[in-house]
Ligand binder design. Structure first.
Ligand code: ADP
Length: 153
């Protein structure tokens, strides 16, 4: 069976923290699907099209990475695209507590989908999309926090 992992998130915008988790996970899976979740109650900073095109630019050379978007439950989307793993990154103990709840609920809903966690590199543990957005809104330079293939102002 092909090992397909879904990496769900908002990616508003993608950061070097996300990129690192994805690149480190690549040797473990046959395919990684980066899945941009669409939550109608959330206000995003970047449009869905923009977030998708930024991610595509970052992984343009990776034939084993796909970028898709989805609405609804992550486990339902996993079934749709035949992903048997959910990939998540862990930065802090707060991430762990949050992710533990989601992963255990997902497991209770669909037993054969495993959530796999990769610990962030220490230099990425403070990076999050919320702070990157705040810097952007205030005209700061975010180039140190986003993948080198993209630019954002
Ligand atoms: P969400 O909207 O679900 O919080 P994000 O786009 O912020 O989605 O993150 C998606 C995944 O990437 C989550 O597993 C999150 O923990 C992980 N992640 C985010 N930032 C980093 C980082 N700096 N280092 C490692 N993992 C990260």
């Amino acid at each position: 069976m092909k090992r397909i992992a879904l990496f769900p998130g908002s990616f508003d915008p993608i950061t070097i923290g996300h990129e690192s988790i994805i690149r480190r996970a690549l040797p473990l899976f046959d395919e990684i699907i980066i899945a941009i979740g669409i939550n109608s109650t959330k206000n995003y900073y970047l449009s869905l099209e923009k977030r998708k095109s930024l991610i595509q630019q970052v992984f343009a050379k990776e034939s084993h990475i796909k970028v898709l978007s989805y609405k609804g439950l992550t486990v339902d989307f996993c079934k749709k695209v035949k992903a048997n793993y959910i990939l998540r990154g862990l930065r802090t103990s707060a991430d762990f507590e949050f992710e533990r709840g989601i992963a255990q609920m997902n497991k209770a809903m669909v037993h054969d989908i495993e959530t796999i966690f990769i610990l962030s590199n220490p230099e990425h543990s403070a990076i999050n999309s919320t702070i990157v957005r705040d810097i952007l809104r205030n005209g700061g330079d975010v180039s140190a926090f986003i993948p080198k293939e993209i630019q954002l102002k």
